[in-house]
Design a protein around this ligand. Structure first.
Ligand code: FAD
Length: 566
């Protein structure tokens, strides 16, 4: 069998390598229009930031090494111009010579990737305005730095945007990020993005959220002026456009393959396109969201690699059925790690799916062991207890928890299962009740009704004015700052001071992280108070949801603007 592969990076090369391992006799031709194949595009920001010092480290293979080890016919600088799905052939242009030729196939694998979105504003074609997708892209950015770029504007605060902001800061540039959403990393729930915003601000990156770029104009010298919708003008020597990608499916559309409204190739669970013997994988295709069941584009390397492997199994192995995706992803921003799997609470609510959420702030390992650091963890689950999503931020242990939760999602686990997971424990590594177990315990309590949570949104309810707000932190913590109108009874004194809690009213309890307020809730419930709720994740979560919330000082109740984000 002769297979032609279009695109020789993540999905395409994963297919080709697996296909060879399964069939020594197959003829495998990989056509790549760029000068590089099988390079580490995920490593590009780290090379830009000089964390990866050698450019050659990004280039995992050459056509020669792939021929030597896997007997692949890899042709770089060869662009596929069209596909004849009836005649089972592609027409190819060799870019160096302009020569065109026809390559016949028995099966065709399209792994053409995605293209960075470039909005049509004035100045988007200026030489200082760049994208980051490929090795030539990073070379162009390095050239701007070598020419003396000192000021950068990154447009878009998704994964690539924040990684590049970090890289450019490492290189000593003055960096600003412009983001249309009112938060960075819009895939996260807003309160979970808060730590990342704090990390960016702490590293000196300026954030311009909830605004957009309207034009970029050439300024004096090498610089440009980036004009924002809110009237701000940012001076820059380098502008990185990172507002997202769209499927690169020019070829597929011209060939008449079925695509969705975003241009992503529609495939079945075996990655067959609408044309016979034509498969598609990677950023170019539409996948099924495992939680909501909707169709989505999820441009992630792990997916592209697994899909490439799945097509090889389909053609040369035992067949393959591709499961729906959970979109598990992780990013590091100046030492802060943020990760997600499954769906966010806001995505579930937008889809009309009823869910609960719990927030917790456990340490990554036993609190008494030196070096304990908090993880901010959130899980989202259905009213039936099924896990629907999880997000975490912190400095250590975030990757481990999200990977456990991603595995739990794939296994269709409930919060009861999370509570029962047997996870490795010794003091340097975790806790006897791991954060994942703890999330399960809290969720179990919510479902059982032994814990009722209140959230930032409750502050806006008219009824909140008549609730009894009970702060069960210590006297010193209360004195430092507290919610306006709150009464302080430390949880250790509550049993003896129950007479200070009015009967027959709603009681909203809070503490720093949600644990002491849970203890207080259990006590009050068992002593006759019925309408008691504990603040989910405590003040740590509340202030992440409402960074500008006015807190009061003990003496005189003067609101102090507590702005953790600015
Ligand atoms: P690609 O790997 O982009 O390969 C597509 C190839 O097809 C390109 O080389 C292109 O030149 C070629 N091509 C297109 N049309 C033609 C044609 N007509 N003829 C010949 N060749 C053609 N994902 C993660 O999961 N984690 C990360 O940390 C991460 N970091 C990233 C950082 C950056 C800077 C970028 C750009 C991406 C990152 N990704 C990450 C995403 C990941 O790289 C992609 O999801 C993955 O590469 C997609 O694989 P693909 O095969 O679909 O496309």
């Amino acid at each position: 069998m002769k297979v032609v592969v279009v695109g020789g990076v993540a999905g395409g090369m994963s297919f080709a390598a697996r296909a060879r391992r399964l069939d020594e006799d197959a003829e495998i031709v990989v056509l790549e229009r760029d000068a590089y194949v099988s390079y580490a595009n995920c490593g590009l920001p780290y090379y830009l930031g000089s964390e990866i010092t050698e450019r050659s480290a990004l280039l995992l293979h050459t056509p020669q090494s792939l021929t030597a080890s896997l007997a692949l016919d890899v042709r770089v600088g060869h662009e596929v111009m069209s596909v004849d799905t009836v005649g089972h052939a592609v027409s190819v242009r060799e870019l160096s010579s302009g020569r065109t030729y026809v390559e016949r196939y028995d099966a065709l694998v399209l792994s053409t990737g995605a293209t960075p979105i470039m909005p049509p504003f004035a100045g988007n074609d200026l030489p200082q305005v760049r994208v980051l997708r490929s090795v030539p892209d990073v070379d162009a950015l390095q050239a701007l730095l070598a020419a003396g770029a000192k000021r950068a504007v990154v447009i878009g605060a998704g994964f690539i945007g924040v990684e590049v902001a970090e890289a450019l800061r490492h290189r000593g540039l003055d960096v600003a990020i412009v983001e249309l959403a009112s938060q960075v990393l819009p895939v996260l729930d807003p309160e979970m993005a808060h730590n990342v915003e704090a990390a960016l601000l702490g590293a000196g990156v300026r954030l311009h959220l909830a605004t957009s770029v309207t034009a970029i104009r050439q300024a004096g010298g090498q610089g440009v002026d980036v004009e924002l919708a809110d009237g701000t003008v940012l001076a820059a020597d380098l502008v990185l456009m990172a507002i997202g990608v769209r499927p690169e499916t020019t070829l597929a559309i011209a060939a008449g393959l079925a695509v969705n409204s975003r241009g992503a190739v529609i495939v079945d669970e075996h990655l067959h396109t609408s044309a016979p013997d034509v498969f598609a994988v990677g950023d170019a295709i539409e996948v099924v969201d495992a939680v909501i069941g909707s169709r989505a584009t999820v441009p992630l390397a792990g997916l592209a690699n697994r899909q490439g492997r799945a097509v090889a199994d389909e053609l040369f192995g035992h067949g393959s059925v591709l499961p729906a995706t959970f979109g598990t992803a992780i990013v590091r921003v100046f030492g802060t790690v943020a990760a997600t799997t499954g769906r966010s609470e806001k995505a579930l609510r937008a889809a009309g799916i009823a869910c609960h959420a719990v927030h917790l702030h456990p340490a990554q390992h036993a609190g008494y062991f030196p070096g304990a650091l908090p993880i901010d963890l959130k899980i989202v689950f259905g009213v039936d207890g099924r896990l629907l999503g999880a997000q975490a931020t912190g400095t250590e242990g975030v990757d481990k928890r999200i990977d456990v939760l991603a595995t739990a999602l794939r296994a269709g686990m409930t919060v009861n299962d999370l509570a029962e997971l047997e996870l490795a424990y010794a003091p340097p590594f975790g806790a006897a009740k791991d954060p994942v177990n703890m999330a399960g315990f809290i969720a179990q309590n919510v479902l059982a009704g032994t814990l009722t949570l209140w959230r930032a949104a409750d502050l806006d309810e008219p009824s909140f004015a008549t609730t009894f707000i009970l702060d069960v932190r210590s006297v010193d913590e209360f004195a430092a700052e507290h919610l306006p109108g709150a009464v302080n009874i430390p949880h250790t004194q509550l049993r003896a001071r129950l007479n200070e809690v009015p009967a027959g009213v709603a009681v909203r309890v809070y503490c720093a992280s949600g644990f002491r307020s849970y203890l207080a809730l259990r006590l009050l419930r068992q002593r006759g108070w019925e309408d008691v709720a504990s603040l989910s994740g405590g003040l740590a979560t509340l202030l992440a949801e409402r960074p500008g919330l006015a807190l009061s000082l003990a003496a005189g109740e003067h609101p102090s603007e507590l702005s953790r984000a600015s």
